[in-house]
Design a protein around this ligand. Sequence first.
Ligand code: NAD
Length: 486
Amino acid sequence: MSSQIRSVVNYVGGRPVETGTTFEVFDPVTGAVAAHVHEATADTVDAAVRAAREALRGPWGKLTTDERIDMVLGIADGVGKRFDEFVDAEVSDTGQAFNMAKRVNIPRGAANFRTFAHTLREHATEAFRMDTPDGLGALNFAIRRPRGVIGVISPWNAPMLLMTWKVGPALAFGNTVVVKPSEETPSTAALLAEVMNDVGVPAGAYNVVHGAGAVGEMLTTHPDVDGITFTGETVTGSRILEAVAPTLKATSMEMGGKNPGIVFADADLDNATRVLGRSIFLNAGQVCLGTERVYIHESIFDELAGRLVEHAKSLTPGFPHEDGVTLGPVVSQQQQRKILDYYQVAVDEGANVLVGGGVPSFGDERDGGYWVEPTLWTGLGHDSRTAREEIFGPCAALIPFSDEDEVVEMANDTNYGLSATIFTRDLSRALRVTQQLEAGVIWVNEWFLRDLRTAFGGAKHSGLGREGGVHGLEFYTEISNICIKI
Ligand code: NAD
C-alpha cells in the first residue's frame, strides 16, 4: 500500500472543488494520516445543489431512456476500468482486507449500476378504466417521473457498496444527486466523480460534498433538494427526519440494527458455525445486517458456543494486502473506543468472556491502529444493554433458549428490525418462525445472500421505506395519475 497522503476533493458540476479547509482521514490499520479532505462549505453545498438542478433541467434530464440506460451501464464499466484504484481507496479508508474489497465491495459497487439500469423501463405502471354516469367511462393511467435532486447521505462501513446502492437507482431512474459520504471514508465517492467524467455523464448529474454531520444537515435543510436517502445510525436518522420536516422532503431511511441469530436443536452445526462466524465477524463486525445476539437451543448451547470460540480464535488479523487475512481493524478511534466501552459494559453486566474482550498487541505499527479482539460472551441476560444496544463490532452475546415461542418473543423484543437469521432443517419450523420475525430481511441457514432485485430495508426503528428492485421507485420517482374522460 502507498504511504502517500492523498488529497480528496469535492465535485461540483463535474469539477473538482478545493475549499482550503481540510480535515484528516486516518489509516485504521496504523492510525497514520492517510488523506486530507477538503471540507464543503454552505456555498459548496449550494453550488452542488444548483448544479444538480441545472443538470436535471438540462443535459441529464433530456437524455432518452435508452441513452440514460447506456450511460448508467457505462458507469459500471468505468468502475471496472479503474477497479484497482477503487480497491486501494476503499482499503485505505476502511482498513479492510484487499480480498474483501476485491470480492465484495467494489464489484457490488459496479453491480448497483447494472442492476438498476433497466428497472424503470421494465416496470409497468397501473391503468384503471372507471365507470361514469354517462356510461362512457374514463381511463386512469399512471406515469412516473424522477423525484428530482436527491441528497445521498451514506455511512463508513461499506462505503462504495452502500453509496452506489443509492446513486445507482437514483441516476437510473432519472434523478441527479449530491452525495455526502461519511467523513471517515470519503475516497471512493470522489473517485466515482472521476469515473462519471470518464464516461461522459453530463456535468452536475453527480456531485460530491465532504464533511461531517453539519454538511449533511446543509443538504437535509436545503430548500431545493427534493429527497434524502440515508443510511446510518437510527439516532442520526431521527435527527434527519426532524431536519427535513420544514422543507417537506421525501425520505428513504436505512438505519441501525441489533440482529438476532436463532439456532434450533436440529440445525446443521457445521453450517451454523460457518455462517455465524461470518455474520458476527465479517468486516470486523461492522455490517448492518450482522448478528450481535445469538439464541442457541439449550441442548446444543455448549457445543455451538465451543465451535464459535474456535472460529473466533482462528481469525487472522493482519495488514490488508497479506494473504489469508480474515480480520481487519475497525474504522476509527471513535468506533474502537465505543466497542471497548461495550466490552467493559458486558463485564460489568456479569458476562463470561469466552474469547477476546480487549485489544490485540502486534509489536509493530499496527499497535497505533484501531483494532479490537473478536469477542463472545455468555451469561448475559436478554435484557442486558450488551444484548440490546447496537455495538457494531466483532462481538456477540450467546443466549440459551428452550422453546420456539420463547425465542421468537426474545428476537422480536427490540425496537430494531433490520435482519434475522435462523438455522433449522425443519421446513415447517422455518416457515412458521420466519413469518413471525419482525425484520425486513430474514435468512434461513445462510446470511448476506442478496439479490439486488429484492426489497431491502428495516422494520421498526431500523428503517422507513424499502429500496432494491422496483421497490425504490416509490422514493426515487413521483407518480402522477392521469384521468382521461372517454
Ligand atoms: P452515522 O449515522 O453516524 O452517519 C451516517 C452518515 O450521516 C454520515 O455520512 C454522517 O456524516 C451523516 N450525518 C451524521 N449526522 C448527520 C446529521 N445531523 N444530518 C445529516 N447527516 C448526518 O452512521 P455511521 O456510524 O456512519 O454508520 C454506522 C451505522 O449505519 C450503524 O448504525 C449501522 O447499523 C448503520 N447501517 C445501516 C445499514 C442499513 O442498510 N440499514 C447499512 C449500513 C450501516
